[in-house]
Design a protein around this ligand. Sequence first.
Ligand code: TRP
Ligand code: ZN
Length: 473
Amino acid sequence: MRSRVRSGVVAAIAVGLLAAAVVPAGAAQGQSSRPAPGGSGAGDAYFPFAGNSGYDAVHYDLDVRYQPPAPAPAPLTGRLDAVATVTIVPTRHLTSFNLDLRGLDVESVIVKNRPAEFTREGDELIVTPKTILPRGKAVDVVVTYGGATGRPVDIEGALYGWVTTRDGAMVASEPDGSMTWFPVSDHPTDKATYEVAVAVPAGLVAVGNGDLVGSATAGGWTTWEWASREPMASYLVTASVGNYELRQTTTPGGLPLIDAIDRDLAPAASAGLAQTAEMIALFETEFGPYPFSSYGAIVDDDSVGYALETQTRPIYSRNASEGTVAHELAHQWLGNSVSPARWQDIWLNEGWASYAEWLWSEHDGRTTAAENFADVMAIPATSSFWQTVIADPGPLGLFAGAVYDRGAATLYALRLEIGEDAFGALSREWPARYKDSAATTDDFQALAEELSGQDLEEFFDVWVWTAGKPAVP
Ligand code: TRP
Ligand code: ZN
């Protein structure tokens, strides 16, 4: 199960991609000549230890074996054993570097085929290779690790990461939960390609992102192999395990759809998926070509309490309602292709996805976007709703209602402010210009100003940087 041959070609392609990548802050020419340790964070004020500095992770090859919990009343804990091969490209000469990993036991770390020293500090796995890693030269880091799985929670107390369920696992990791199941540079500014193989007891299905490479059963275990050939932010990686039926179809537009529907759910639970192809067609006219090579849904009979837009394959808790399906689909352009450069920029994800729900509702002959906007603007100025500063909601406010609804209203107001033509251009150019990348609220304002020819400083001040109810433009 662990003896898959790594393809040198994949690493070579990944390194080729790096040439076009943006040099991260702090990697200025002058400071990179002397070898030094990498840093423990990507510079995110909300999650200072998420991601790392001193290198870019360009590819992950994850080889996982997972034993779900024994039947009830046994405890809800599984067993995960894995080998992660992470291809990193140092952005300076490195004496040591960090990966993010929470819990689990590390058995060994091998760098350039030689055993490396490693220590654990909090959520940091600090690796000291035998020799200095020169800037710009890709190296493979092979981490062998494993342990018991549980039901981790984020800083708000919501389930996330590798969430053990009775018949498998739900894996949904926004914002920094991927570190609960693999060593990772866990920040959306460090996107990478992925090959994920998950071995589960035969009869169960493991569903990842992107394309299904294949599955093979031997000795009572089935290994499911998935490949994400487009770069992906770590929080969007999934490898959910369950009693799924796989349904493979193609949209009229030619996009492969792979849905994984829990066999223990009634048909109504996935009825909201029925119009997926029509939603893709609508959003392609609004936001440009669908950004990835496949799509689909995971509908589990267990729950983490929310749905997540895991790249190419959103995961739903017990029920995929039509509005939520539209929301998670829109995230593929808005959140996944262009991701938040800092977690405080989350309104750019949730505002756009909520606005897209309004577009779908209008297209489908129900509530129009104008009516949804009017509903938000009908919330009294005295309501605490208007107290969230959506461009800086705080780490505990990432998923506050206003991030979604004021976010959507802000985009609708911007449409009124700059007009249909400029807003249409912005809707297509935002995911196009920052495709496979990450951007900030200031980047968004700059693009809106570029495409409209208007100075939008005052508009952004009032709508996203200040508490209080704005006036309709
Ligand atoms: N980003 C998810 C969505 O809007 C929602 C989400 C992720 C969430 N983590 C959460 C919601 C925790 C509430 C609590 O599709
Ligand atoms: Zn969302």
